[in-house]
Design a binder for this molecule. Structure first.
Ligand code: C2E
Ligand code: CA
Ligand code: CA
Length: 409
């Protein structure tokens, strides 16, 4: 998957677009100055200037109407080109009522702008074309997001080794904390921001087609790593447990696209790996998309993959949804494990999850175990598996053997 993120250096005098043109791009001004102008009653009128940090040309994208003014670079400018899809993809996901209101607003805005301009022209004043009138917090958030999206396209499309997967161990609580599996957790080494956790960018990726590229990359990378993970266990002298697995997180948008199964199967076959070694984690909140999800889970199970319901206890799934999903594992959300020691209610919640899991023949992983007290309570409750900083933080593939060795001493 590749998309060119265009940054252009436009010298003074460059005409970016002309009034009346159809617009497919907006621009984020990184430096320099752009003049917005129009011709009214045969006369050239300057409407305003757009400077660094401002967007320009977004209106035609929103309402699919011709450019309402011309834009000319007046001081050498560096511009990031924002392709119409970056805005339209998000608009297409908007609630239809909101989309209508948005369009209506932009049409009215155009109309009002026209009237204002006419008055400004009559009075000889120059209208403010910058987005300074927008709440700076809203403006900054939008611009930061557009920048991050452009950076993510680069990271995904140009294989700059910015994305990587870390592995967090999952241990068997009933068997002296023996390692039973790993969860793959994505990281992004951003060129200026440093290590970025998925909480910051997965949602952004999900708003765009980027999520497909990222998800495909993660699943292929993890499958390619499985033989090395198994070897690391052996090298550290641990026999591979029968229930050994590696888990990956599946995003909501992957559920709609069954296509990624084929690529996963092909690679697993090539590497001679049983599909049951891969556990696909979907969050409890995804259970709400009942029909699509049921089909997806049925498909995954029929191919032999394991399925886990992540963050269990925070969503609003019903017992009947759970019954129909036939998952292998429930993962108790970290918040309950954290609160369990102090609040009886959280402890009762963990016990309830455990008893639901038993009735549905699922095993349980408790996440976010940070203290021995939490581990001991979970052990006493009969929880099968545990994951958390107490055992190990997410680590690079190459660090697994060393970590295993360090546990022996
Ligand atoms: P998650 O699936 O619930 O993953 C567990 C998160 O808890 C991870 O955060 C992990 O680093 C953190 N964690 C583990 N043990 C402890 C602990 O003892 N204490 C505390 N405070 N935290 C602990 P991370 O890596 O930042 O990932 C956040 C979320 O991003 C994940 O939550 C998952 O929903 C999502 N994610 C991660 N990798 C991927 C991916 O490849 N694809 C997709 N779609 N989502 C991903
Ligand atoms: Ca997870
Ligand atoms: Ca979780």
């Amino acid at each position: 998957m590749f998309k060119e993120i265009e940054v252009i250096d436009a010298p003074a005098g460059t005409l970016l677009f002309r009034e009346g043109d159809m617009g497919n791009t907006a621009y984020l001004v990184e430096s320099g100055k752009v003049e917005i102008s129009t011709t009214q009653e045969g006369e050239y009128v300057t409407l305003g200037f757009v400077q660094a940090g401002d967007l320009l040309g977004e209106m035609s994208i929103i309402d699919d109407a011709p450019r309402s003014a011309s834009a000319t670079v007046v001081e050498n400018a560096r511009l990031q080109v924002i392709h119409c899809d970056q805005i339209r993809d998000r608009m297409s996901q908007m609630d239809p009522t909101l989309r209508y209101v948005f369009r209506l607003m932009s049409t009215r805005l155009r109309d009002n702008l026209y009237k204002l301009r006419k008055r400004a022209n009559d009075e000889g004043a120059i209208a403010d074309s910058s987005s300074a009138s927008v709440d700076p917090l809203i403006r900054e958030a939008a611009i930061d997001k557009l920048r991050m999206e452009a950076d993510l396209w680069l990271a995904v499309g140009q294989d700059q080794n910015q994305l990587s997967v870390l592995y967090q161990p999952i241990v068997n609580l009933s068997n002296t904390d023996e390692v039973v599996g790993f969860e793959a957790l994505l990281r992004w080494e951003h060129p200026t921001l440093g290590m970025v956790t998925p909480g910051t960018f997965i949602q952004l990726a999900e708003e765009t087609p980027l999520i497909t590229g990222i998800s495909d990359w993660v699943s292929q990378e993890v499958i390619r790593h499985i033989p090395a993970i198994r070897n690391a266990l052996l090298a550290a002298g641990q026999k591979e447990p029968e229930d050994f697995f590696v888990a990956i997180n599946i995003s909501a948008s992957q559920i709609d696209l069954m296509s990624h199964f084929d690529a996963m199967l092909t690679l697993m076959e090539e590497l001679n790996l049983p599909t049951s070694i891969l556990k696909l984690e979907i969050t409890e909140s995804q259970l709400a998309q009942t029909v699509a999800l049921m089909t997806w889970v049925r498909e995954a199970k029929s191919m032999g993959f394991q399925v886990a319901i992540d963050d269990f206890g925070t969503g609003y799934s019903s017992l009947s949804q759970l019954l129909h999903v036939h998952a292998d594992t429930l993962k108790v959300d970290q918040s309950f494990v954290r609160d369990m020691v102090l609040h009886k209610q959280a402890e009762n919640m963990v016990k309830a999850v455990m008893s639901i899991a038993r009735s549905f023949h699922m095993n349980v992983v408790a996440e976010g175990i940070e203290t021995e007290q939490q581990r001991d309570m979970l052990k006493a409750m009969g929880c099968d598996y545990g994951q958390g900083y107490l055992f190990g933080r997410p680590m690079k593939l190459e660090a697994i053997t060393h970590w295993m060795d360090s546990r022996k001493s």
